[in-house]
Write a protein that binds this ligand. Structure first.
Ligand SMILES: [Zn+2]
Length: 389
């Protein structure tokens, strides 16, 4: 496999403090060498070794590819009218998630695969090199399993979210639906997934139901994730920490005890500002979590109902403007933080031996991601050493 050097990088963010300055491990006038799917060398541009080919960054910056650790991309249908009505101050009765479930059940495997590939490429163009995606719009044994089969052909970070909502046909017997999720549905889905997730919220699944789902998943070898404390205070975060979930996602409404539990535990707090932005809801307080010593990740929550953005740069800019994060903290959380939320050491940073997942920015410093919101700064992206955008 030929090697390529990227030279004259004004600012190279490694997220490895042993390679450069500060928590981001920043290097000035740097170079980076990629061979096969790995980074093999990082150092001063003037000392870059000879390679088969060469790209002059000409004073631009390079960052690890974004790690979007929370998305819902296995769906069909369209909810434009619902958003349009909500943002126009008009009531919207029909629809909601049931619209997406009906359309997803009616879609072919090929259509789900085509849509997933489309979103993956849309994300790559915005600098995202790893995306996690969840099921949760099928909500039958066969529809959940085939969505995960489709996802596993394209992605490694695949999450079984049969416990997204109680589907309409089980409205009067939610306990029977939990039995389905933890029994036959888990049997059919576990072979295609790395993670299990549950929406632990009033109106979805309570603490006891969420615990049953998570313990059943763990018994099948799946890692744990929890949709927690999005709409109000609740037991989700405490449960996630107690069970050693890799990530508690949303974390918008937290008590002091929730924050202390996250700080003492091993669970990453994944914040999803696209959701609050798109629903005109109050943002999570990232500053409070960071000051307590909690590991924070940023992700898009890309989904057709509450956050239809696939843009990590957008989420990063909102986190800086609205959630009290510094530009450096937000960049770390969108890269290394996402990798931590997925328990991955080979992505989210750039050092000899890591995957060659990186983005070249048309900016002298990645602070521009927050400084110039909405501007398409990503000029090239490599995933596993291959140029993908
Ligand atoms: Zn979600």
């Amino acid at each position: 496999m030929p090697s390529i050097a990227i030279t004259h990088i004004n600012t190279l963010v490694t997220n490895d403090p042993s390679l450069g300055s500060g928590p981001l491990g920043r290097l000035r006038d740097a170079a980076l060498v990629v061979e096969d799917d790995r980074v093999v060398w990082i150092g001063a541009s003037s000392r870059a070794p000879a390679t088969d080919s060469h790209l002059d960054a000409a004073g631009r910056s390079v960052i690890p590819g974004f790690v979007d650790s929370h998305a819902h991309l296995l769906f069909a249908g369209d909810r434009t009218a619902e958003f349009h009505a909500r943002m126009s101050g008009q009531p919207y009765e029909a629809g909601g998630i049931a619209t997406t479930v009906a359309a997803t059940r009616a879609a072919t495997d090929a259509e789900l695969a085509r849509r997933l590939a489309h979103f993956r490429q849309e994300m790559a163009r915005q600098g995202t090199t790893t995306v996690e995606t969840k099921s949760g719009y099928g909500l039958t044994v066969e529809d959940e399993a085939r969505a995960l089969r489709v996802a596993a052909r394209q992605l490694t970070e695949v999450t079984f979210l049969g416990a997204h909502i109680v589907p309409p046909e089980y409205r009067d017997e939610p306990a029977a639906y939990v039995d389905l999720v933890t029994g036959p549905m888990l049997d059919a889905c576990a072979p295609h997934a790395r993670w299990i997730d549950v929406f632990c919220e009033r109106g979805a699944f309570d603490a006891e139901q969420a615990r049953a789902v998570l313990l059943a998943g763990r018994a099948r070898g799946l890692g744990l994730r929890v949709h927690a404390n999005q709409l109000g205070h609740g037991p989700g975060v405490a449960l996630a920490v107690e069970l050693g979930a890799r990530s508690a996602d949303h974390c918008t409404h937290l008590t002091d005890a929730d924050v202390a539990a996250l700080a003492d535990g091993t669970t990453v707090a994944t914040l999803l500002p696209g959701c609050e932005f798109s629903t005109r809801a109050p943002y999570p307080d990232a500053r409070r979590l960071l000051d307590a010593g909690v590991v924070v990740a940023l992700a898009t929550d890309c989904n057709p109902g509450s956050s239809f953005t696939s843009s990590m740069p957008f989420c990063l800019a909102v986190a800086v403007r609205e959630m009290g994060m510094t530009p450096d903290e937000a960049l770390w959380s969108a890269t290394a933080g996402g990798a931590a939320a997925l328990d991955r050491a080979d992505i989210g940073r750039l050092a000899p031996g890591t995957r060659a997942d990186l983005a070249l920015l048309a900016a002298p410093d990645p602070v521009h991601l927050a400084y110039r919101p909405g501007v398409p700064l990503v000029s090239a992206v490599w995933r596993d050493g291959a140029r993908v955008a």
